[in-house]
Design a protein around this ligand. Sequence first.
Ligand code: HXC
Ligand code: NAP
Length: 269
Amino acid sequence: MNFAGKSVVVVGGTSGINRGIAEAFAAAGAKVAVASRSQEKVDDTVAALRVAGAEEAIGEVFDVRDHEAVASALKRFHQDFGEFDVLVSGAAGNFPALAAEMSVNAFKAVIDIDLMGTIHVMKGAYPYLKRPGASIINISAPQSYLPYEGQAHVCAAKAGVDQITRTLSMEWGMEGIRVNSVVPGFIEDTEGARRLAPTPQAGEQLRKDVPLGRWGTTKDVADACLFLSSDMASYVSGTVLAVDGALYQRGSGKFGQMMGDMLRAQVKA
Ligand code: HXC
Ligand code: NAP
């Protein structure tokens, strides 16, 4: 994969899966821009992207819930990098909580970050996307189509993200812009996995629920993003690509039930 001369923007690209994606594009020679809420994480990532081989690396600090801040930062990326060849939207928030125990504001926080954040990023980037040729990737989650107890907020938000993907693949397809979602399965050594499977027992149950018998890696997800943004995927748009070791085929599995039981036990205690 050679992305020399290409401009890549990864929103939420300063840790975990999204940082792995940003570093993979950097290693493929791209100019890479990242953004998130923490200046420290942005600075650390930009330095790492340069070491990884990025032609250029820059960063901005914003909260995806602030659509004006998102639009201004994307404008600055465009001033520095020119048209965007690749846009990855991956900022997200998650905590396990039963709906009855969650405040309305807690539910809304995740909707605002994951769902509203996605449309803020896509609309903010729209004027600067390369036409024809841009590849947009929204980072979704199995919760988009698998119901998990304790995840009503995330399930609702990520299902919305994938419907935005499908709808805008039609609206923007005529301009030569491809829009896809990538659904990581459970990815080792990430904040999301630590929050959902906080004990070794939960982690082991999760692994057993995956037909391929292992957790995913950030590289597994990054490789899919490189493919989707390459010429090899030039006719792939509107798809929701699971990189999940076939997790979907077994549904939310025993792990899903275990999570509901754990949360109910916490409420009783
Ligand atoms: C119940 C909670 C809660 C919890 C927060 N809240 N944590 N409610 N259980 N564990 C409530 C708060 O009380 C508050 O409601 C509301 O949520 C907003 O919380 P704040 O702390 O004010 O919000 P904020 O500072 O904006 O932080 C957002 C966040 C936080 C989502 C709550 O955790 C965050 O910034 N997360 C980003 C990192 C992250 O989550 N990474 C994992 C992504 S993985 P009240 O009513 O008190 O105002 C992922 C899917 C992974 O997305 C798939 C799994 C494999
Ligand atoms: P992570 O390390 O917490 O990454 C989240 C990123 O988004 C960070 O860079 C974070 O940086 C940024 N971010 C969070 N809230 C933000 C906000 N309001 N505005 C701007 N940036 C924000 O989590 P992860 O586990 O790697 O997850 C990454 C993506 O993969 C998410 O979309 C998640 O839903 C998806 N996913 C993860 C898994 C998994 O196994 N981990 C499985 C399926 C899907 P700041 O803190 O600096 O803002």
